[in-house]
Design a protein around this ligand. Structure first.
Ligand SMILES: Cc1cc2nc3c(=O)[nH]c(=O)nc-3n(C[C@H](O)[C@H](O)[C@H](O)COP(=O)(O)O)c2cc1C
Length: 398
């Protein structure tokens, strides 16, 4: 990221999570309710564990904002961990109550988590809680706070997002890459946030039966971004190509194991004439007859809808346990179950939106420049006018 920087801090059962988002222009109006709404969506989804009943995530801002407008200084946001009240002796930053810490220490690494790999990296295998507290996906609340701010910046320029769960385990709800229209019917309040909320009962049933078996599920989540102007990103440098930046940000979401850009998976099995998006000069200017590329060519946006899919592995903490070894005693034994989600797929759409928004807002600001929102607005008008000279009607991406 060249213009924005995001840093998150805090542990799953620490007092709070903190996000610092730096690089926003001064004077950008922010709406607190929209941030809280995205935080609420992150807590949503059928199959979530008991933690979501404890937490009521809302944003607290302690820097970079005055009277609802950004100041151009780092935006400092916090989300409280209500569960801290139950963990304060175990997680105290200065003096941990050893009698309580013993009960909660983790010595049998859970396959699929950072317990072992992170413990090796930081020499904390003795009590892997030191690793898992930070590696936990609770941290995504801090990311969503930043993502919600970035969404508000994008919306100012007419850039909007739709996202949904496309598959839950082996149940496919929508095959292939989604279109903007495919995601029109998503109800963020439905149990599994699919494009067809009325058909979700069998999926809810699938989660119930997996839960009863002590198992877990992952799935596929799709995102479509409408209104992206062409020309954002770079075809010049490997580390500024927008496709690569998006893939990095999205695979950093806990559990994401693959990303598809447009019909990336499908076109790999086709011949070239069925894999690319022909240009035509249509009624409204330069148009494409398809969008297999998902709005990105050569690491740069091309003005078509941006289309992404993220593939989530099943949750790694299973109630039935997974084979492991106690690193204190050397004894084999199953992993220990601690309150956990059966599936977190219902939370995934808003997390995907957030990470994409961060990268897209960064790319937009890098192209437009400006430390004051008024300058960004002026630059946007100039940019749109220049792009429109090449038969790209401004209204197409507005
Ligand atoms: C929103 C969300 C909630 C999650 N909740 C849990 C959970 O309750 N229990 C668990 O074991 N893993 C949970 N995970 C998955 C772990 O965070 C993930 O498996 C772990 O961080 C390792 O993932 P990685 O190998 O992709 O880095 C969740 C993931 C997400 C995105």
């Amino acid at each position: 990221m060249n213009r924005l920087r995001m840093l998150t801090g805090g542990e799953s059962h620490g007092p709070k999570l903190t996000t610092i988002l730096e690089g926003l222009p001064a004077g950008l109006p922010l709406n607190r309710a929209s941030i809280d709404e995205m935080l609420r969506r992150r807590q949503h989804g059928f199959g979530r564990g008991g933690r979501q009943r404890i937490e009521h995530d809302t944003v607290e801002v302690t820097g970079g904002l005055r009277n609802g407008r950004t100041l151009g200084s780092p935006l400092v946001m916090h989300v409280e961990n209500r569960d801290w009240a139950n963990w304060s002796e175990v997680m105290d930053p200065w003096e941990v109550d050893q009698s309580k810490a013993g009960e909660r220490s983790v010595t049998r690494p859970r396959p699929g988590h950072a317990d072992y790999s992170g413990g090796v990296a930081t020499d904390q295998l003795e009590d892997q809680r030191n690793v898992l507290e930070r590696a936990s996906a609770r941290e995504t609340a801090a990311r969503v706070a930043a993502g919600a701010v970035c969404c508000q910046l994008l919306e100012r320029f007419g850039i909007e997002m739709r996202s949904a769960v496309l598959a839950l385990g082996s149940h496919t709800i929508l095959e292939g890459a989604p279109t903007w229209e495919d995601l029109a019917g998503v109800d963020p309040a439905s149990p599994l946030v699919t494009p067809r909320p009325n058909d979700e009962e069998p999926l809810v049933e699938a989660v119930r039966s997996v839960r009863d078996e002590g198992e877990t599920l992952g799935g596929v989540v799709g995102l479509v971004v409408r209104g992206m102007p062409p020309g954002l990103g770079s075809y010049v440098h490997w580390d500024r190509k927008l496709d690569g930046c998006l893939a990095q940000a999205i695979t950093s979401i806990p559990s994401v194991k693959a990303v598809a850009l447009g019909e990336g998976l499908e076109v790999s099995r086709r011949v070239g004439s069925l894999a690319h998006d022909p240009f035509i000069l249509g009624e409204n200017g330069l148009e494409r007859t398809s969008n297999y590329a998902g709005g990105l060519e050569g690491g740069v946006t091309n003005g078509s809808d941006l289309v992404l899919r993220a593939f989530f592995k099943p949750i790694s903490t299973l109630r039935r346990g997974l084979p492991s070894v106690d690193l204190e005693t050397g004894e084999p034994g199953n992993t220990v179950w601690e309150r956990s989600d059966v599936t977190a797929i219902g939370a995934a759409p808003v997390i995907l939106e957030s990470m994409a928004a961060l990268i897209l807002a960064d790319a937009l600001l890098e192209t437009l420049g400006g430390q004051a929102i008024a300058d960004v607005d002026t630059s946007w008008e100039t940019y749109c006018a220049r792009v429109a000279r090449w038969w790209t009607p401004k209204q197409k991406f507005q």
